[in-house]
Design a protein around this ligand. Structure first.
Ligand SMILES: [Mg+2]
Length: 322
């Protein structure tokens, strides 16, 4: 693995967490005036530099991938439930509904589907925000990348647009890790990833949107739209993140998604030092342990070397059985 690839892989993990932490104080707010964009880590409901549920759920997923050396939905569910029981400061509504029914005894196979039937229009950004660890594990295996990106969504978010968004964003991340430009990765993922037509239209139009058209709510389409708009209309890591977190509303989640994308595009070295130094968060929750930059780097290195020939083979046999 060359040095540039290592920087890109590490950039995804650190970029996602940095984007989450930068967006944290702006969550639920209005868009910042264009002349007064926030460019630094600020305190919000948590101290400056602290990541939130977006990164916590990604860490739970990442630890499952490392322990199982594959995407095991049962193990992912157990780890999400363990996280949920530790009373995280914020949890999405849809995620709460699904994890509550699992806690009451439903299996992961039925919980997400049952909640989706109850709220058929619910298509939140709660699975795309945490999906990047799959891209770090499967950056060199397109089949596993697509199948496991989708599966990690199905554990809580069964809506077809949530599933396809996770596959699309992870496909772009993997392409950029492999050296494609953001624009080439975007065009490639658009031809490669199967998705509902409405989502495809949103993705097609995203780069040409005007800032004032972006709503940046918790709807998965809005998050993907903001992240693509930010990535494809800037040419540095810093500008991509600043443009997106200042949209307000679901700023931390859009920040996490554009952070993973821009981290893959520009690599760890391109992430501002001040942001990297301030990055922090308790993990596991209620353990007293604080995660910082070196922990994200180690995690990225482990995930990137984790997909063994055996795991890839077991994916292929699952695939044939399906
Ligand atoms: Mg959050």
């Amino acid at each position: 693995m060359n040095l540039q690839t290592t920087h890109r892989l590490r950039g995804v993990a650190v970029g996602a967490a940095v984007g989450d932490a930068l967006g944290m104080p702006l969550e639920f707010g209005l868009a910042s005036p264009p002349a007064k964009l926030i460019r630094d880590m600020h305190a919000g409901r948590l101290p400056a530099g602290t990541f939130t549920d977006d990164t916590e759920m990604a860490l739970a997923l990442a630890e499952s991938l490392l322990a199982q050396r594959m995407l095991d939905p049962q193990d992912v569910t157990a780890r999400f439930l363990d996280w949920y029981k530790r009373q995280p400061p914020d949890v999405g509504i849809h995620t709460t509904n699904v994890l509550e029914s699992i806690e009451l005894g439903e299996t992961w196979q039925t919980a997400a589907v049952t909640v989706q039937k109850r709220y058929p229009d619910s298509a939140g950004n709660g699975s795309v925000m945490r999906s990047w660890p799959v891209a770090l594990m499967c950056w060199h295996d397109e089949g596993a990348l697509n199948a496991w990106s989708r599966m990690q969504s199905q554990v809580t978010h069964a809506h077809e647009e949530c599933i396809a968004s996770s596959a699309f964003i992870n496909s772009m991340i993997a392409q950029m890790i492999n050296g494609k430009s953001p624009l080439d990765a975007y065009q490639y993922a658009l031809t490669l990833v199967e998705m509902p037509e409405g989502l495809r239209q949103t993705i097609r139009l995203a780069p040409r949107r005007k800032r004032e058209e972006l709503r940046n709510t918790g709807w998965v389409r809005h998050t993907v739209e903001s992240a693509l708009w930010g990535l494809l209309n800037t040419d540095t890591f810093e500008d991509a993140l600043v443009s997106v977190i200042n949209l307000g509303a679901d700023a931390d989640t859009a920040g996490a998604v554009v952070g993973a994308l821009a981290g893959a595009a520009y690599g760890l070295e391109a992430i501002p030092e001040a942001w990297k130094t301030m990055l922090r968060g308790e993990w596991p929750l209620q353990s007293g342990a604080i995660w910082r930059l070196p922990d994200f780097i180690t995690l990225a290195d482990h995930l990137a070397g984790c997909l063994t020939t055996d795991a890839a083979k077991s994916f292929k046999s699952q695939d044939q059985a399906a």
